[in-house]
Ligand binder design. Structure first.
Ligand code: NAD
Length: 457
């Protein structure tokens, strides 16, 4: 007769059915590591589905604020955070010893580029080490941060195994499930977007699917960790390359006297085979300007070039210069002025509409170039009343959004619309300034009345 299996020797294969049952009856505890733009909505999604969540963050400020029922992110309301805290199912903590409590540990920490534009996995490594020191049998660790194929297997797994003495796939699980958050887009939220999940064994995959099945309508399992990591990069590379393409078309069509936005909007009426992407003043945000280079870096290990990524990166990063050159041309022909000494209003600091996030925003590049060339620049952004500290642009910290009234606006020689926030009264600025450089087609509806003052770039 076989000896009974004790809990100590149970493997994921035998533990998984119980894990699945507990997920279904909302009996699991979910840990979310990194309560940022991705982690906070993720925590909310589990909480709404009656699952207990412990949120971990290194920031005392964020943890205190969240526990007090307050949001620190503009497009996430106090009410929704307050509601989450009131259920008693959510708490935030900086106490990483509590990492042993959750059944599933979802990591949503930053994955930036370093000064050499190579992947900076410092945050992932630090949170993996923190987990590894407290890892217990039966837990699953799921990375949500965007990264190159191989991160979970080559970087995280050795740390988790070495520091815990446990074996991945047997004693604990590792999975990868890319976040597809689109902050500020009211059409989608974490709980309505299908989730891709990859893991290297069936048991780990089943555990990860069980976790996400409780919050999304569709979970898409893929073969392994690397495939799931590649899915996320592919989604963002697709965007970066297509934006590069329309930015190039914008310049070509502009020289031909053709409005690229009209072209794209008309082409988008084709019900198949065309997906609309729009040009802009350059790429922004935490993802599209950065993620493609995670793949380029990894591809070098295989001696393979990533030419589409490099080319679109080159085109997209030239956009701020293109916009400023357009401004210089118009200042000269309309007002006989140079950039040096002119007063310019930058409308929108956020990297995209209706959010307060200015990380990697092309507006900061515009601001930098304009000031280097001697312009006096103010900005207006209803989402960013005061510029927070940004490590790439520390010099702008503390600047404040200017007043939005006809008197204040009439002192500018020109305005550049860099972000198309819905809450901005574009007619007011068009009325007040000699001309507007519109990089987002935000003034399209005002073309009839102010067409001669609008320059698209
Ligand atoms: N923002 C987006 O729209 C978006 C969309 C999809 C994917 N992503 C990816 O998701 C990941 C997270 O991005 P984000 O925008 O939420 O970043 P974020 O900066 O808003 O949030 C990250 C959080 O992690 C915390 N943190 C840092 N180090 C930590 C540690 N060692 N332990 C615990 N917490 C720690 C920070 O204090 C911060 O609150 C990135 O890989 C990003 O590429 C972001």
């Amino acid at each position: 007769m076989n000896a009974p299996i004790t809990a100590e020797f149970e493997t994921l294969d035998t533990l998984t059915p119980d894990f699945e049952r507990r997920a279904e009856s909302r009996d699991l505890i979910i840990g979310v590591i990194g309560l940022g733009y991705v982690g906070l909505p993720l925590a909310q999604a589990f909480c709404r589905q009656n699952t207990r969540v412990i949120g971990f963050d290194v920031s005392e400020f964020k943890v205190e604020k969240l526990n007090a029922g307050k949001s620190y992110i503009k497009h996430i309301s106090d009410d929704s955070v307050g509601g989450m805290v009131e259920t008693g199912r959510f708490e935030a903590t900086t106490d990483f010893d509590r990492l042993a409590e959750p059944d599933a540990l979802l990591i949503a920490v930053p994955t930036p580029l370093n000064a050499h534009r190579d992947p900076d996995l410092d945050y992932v490594i630090k949170s993996t080490e923190a987990i590894a020191k407290r890892l217990r049998r039966g837990q699953i660790v799921i990375l949500e941060s965007t990264t190159y194929p191989g991160t979970s297997d080559e970087v995280m797994k050795p740390i988790l195994e070495k520091l815990s003495g446990l074996v991945a796939g047997r004693d604990f699980g590792i999975a990868y499930s890319p976040e597809r958050e689109d902050p500020g887009n009211p059409q989608f939220e974490t709980s309505t977007i299908p989730k891709v999940v990859g893991a290297d064994t069936d048991a780990e995959k089943r555990m990860a699917v069980a976790v996400y099945k409780t919050i999304v309508p569709q979970v898409v399992p893929v073969r392994d960790l690397r495939t799931a990591e590649a899915v996320k990069l592919t989604e963002n590379i697709y965007r970066a390359v297509n934006i590069g393409l329309v930015n190039e078309l914008k310049m070509v069509y502009e020289a031909m006297g053709i409005d690229v936005w009209e072209v794209i909007n008309a082409a988008a009426t084709k019900p198949f085979g065309f997906h609309a992407f729009y040009p802009g003043p350059g790429l922004g945000g935490h993802c599209i300007p950065i993620d493609p280079f995670y793949l380029s870096w990894k591809a070098r290990e295989y001696g393979l070039p990533t030419r589409y990524i490099e080319l679109s990166g080159e085109i997209n990063s030239k956009m701020p210069e293109y916009v400023i050159n357009k401004l210089a041309e118009e200042l000269s022909t309309r007002l006989e002025k140079a950039i040096k000494g002119s007063r310019i209003l930058l409308v929108g600091l956020a990297y995209k509409k209706n959010v307060d996030d200015m990380r990697e925003s092309p507006s900061l590049n515009l601001l930098e170039i304009l000031e280097e060339r001697g312009a006096k620049v103010d900005y207006y952004d209803p989402y960013i009343p005061v510029v927070p500290f940004d490590p790439d642009h520390p010099q702008y910290e503390g600047r404040t959004s200017t007043a939005w009234d006809s008197d204040s606006l009439s002192k500018y020689d020109a305005a550049i619309v860099a972000t198309d926030h819905d809450r901005v009264d574009y007619a007011m600025v068009l009325k007040a300034v000699p001309f507007v450089i519109d990089t987002r087609n935000a003034t399209a509806m005002l073309q009839g009345e102010y067409g001669d003052k609008i320059i698209k770039a």
